[in-house]
Design a protein around this ligand. Sequence first.
Ligand SMILES: Nc1ncnc2c1ncn2[C@@H]1O[C@H](COP(=O)(O)OP(=O)(O)OP(=O)(O)O)[C@@H](O)[C@H]1O
Length: 301
Amino acid sequence: MLNFRSPETTTLVSLANAGVCRNGKWLVRGVDFSISRGEIVTLIGPNGSGKTTTAKTAIGVLKPDEGHVERVAGLRVGYVPQKLAVDWTLPLTVERLMTLTGPLKRREIDEALAATGMLHMAKAEVQHLSGGEFQRALLARAIARKPDLLVLDEPVQGVDFSGEIALYELIKQIRNRTGCGILLISHDLHIVMAETDTVVCLNGHVCCRGTPQVVSQSPEYLKLFGRRAAGALAVYSHHHDHTHLPDGRVLHADGSITESCFPDDGHHHGEAGNIHDHEPDCGCGHHTRLQGYDGAEKRDA
Ligand SMILES: Nc1ncnc2c1ncn2[C@@H]1O[C@H](COP(=O)(O)OP(=O)(O)OP(=O)(O)O)[C@@H](O)[C@H]1O
């Protein structure tokens, strides 16, 4: 297998202090990360935290209003958007979906459908596909033009647990076979694809980042999710020093509340990677978003 993490690996995209502003409001700000060939970067964060905005900025669909984005010359991007503007009242087969936005050779269509296990469904109507089949069809469409970078915006949405594991295994196979870089947006705040090299946690800015803590060795995890899941999924443990309240204001560790984050927010005291083990009620903004704001006593110390 190729050594994807060697230091000489090509950087495909890098963002430095990137920010996007609309109607006087910063949608994301101060975003730094890069994606290299063969690398998997996963963006997580609550709804509206700027994941899609960041991904679109990385691939050049949006221009940053501050900071810089650099892309390797001639970068080919395969993009699976979160939502697809398709008129569902019109008949549309899987193979027609493949060429909606540009021509492909028969061989390219068949190869991509075969790689995603969808060749037998080439003539099926897209409207009738299951959630997992639909995501596979979108993946086939994205890989057909042999991208250097694959951007997948919530590729496991509408897919059950076992379908999610199968999709992550497929994404891993695509990375291993083609060596492309992958930017993945995850709908889950704590469970990410096990192969993820770097998790970037957004909440209008980079709250924290690091490697997921691979738990496949843990007997408790194996008991809970089974061996197959342990190979595909990993837990990203993280811990924030402030909480984003439902009304958009920010509750800080000292109990003060401000309209927005401080420049140094999201960073922990001293250690590399900002990764800590934590309890489900550690008080990071994500939990309070999920569970409802329940007071200052659950804030980080
Ligand atoms: N063109 C725009 N003009 C104004 N606001 C926008 C625009 N695009 C996105 N937003 C806002 O920016 C914020 C970030 O949106 P974005 O879609 O990037 O978040 P997200 O983290 O991907 O969310 P989700 O998990 O719900 O998909 C949201 O509050 C959204 O309403």
